[in-house]
Write a protein of this length. Structure first.
Length: 152
């Protein structure tokens, strides 16, 4: 069964997209541009475009939607994966706030002490290195001591 061809509805944009594609250095962004260009040409289905570009159909449709909604700016906007600045991945917000306050007041001397506190008070079990990285991200207090203390 042949799937329906995907049409962006703007075949005149394929030349403009091609120009942007040639200027772009980032391979991931070039893939986005290629997907949108193929959709603008209206000769391929979403599945065929995904196969040509080596991505999922969901990505193809998300990039087309981004292009429709905001043009090149929205399509080429780089989204940094992972937690936002200052966010501690894998730690509930209320525990992270309590950890931050404890570090600022000097409640713990080592990362191991923080790790034990997390285990006993919050039932959060994380490797030493993870706790140390959280402390480093917070920036002061136990992070300095933890960086100098031996692993336990």
């Amino acid at each position: 069964m042949r799937t329906r061809q995907l049409q962006l509805g703007k075949p005149e944009l394929s030349v403009q997209i091609e120009g942007e594609y040639r200027r772009q250095k980032n391979a991931r962004l070039k893939t986005r541009l290629l997907c949108v260009k193929l959709a603008a040409m209206g000769e391929k289905s979403g599945e065929e475009i995904a196969e040509i570009c080596g991505c999922s159909r969901a990505s193809v449709f998300a990039w087309i939607k981004a292009f429709r909604d905001g043009g090149f700016d929205r399509l080429l906007a780089k989204q940094k994966p992972g937690p936002q600045e200052g966010e501690l991945r894998g730690l509930p917000a209320n525990v992270a706030e309590e950890l931050q306050r404890g570090v600022q007041t000097g409640r713990w001397a080592t990362a191991q002490a923080v790790r034990q506190w997390l285990q006993t008070h919050h039932r959060i079990h994380r490797p030493y290195i993870t706790v140390w990285q959280w402390l480093k991200k917070i920036g002061r207090g136990a992070a300095g001591a933890a960086a100098q203390s031996p692993r336990s």
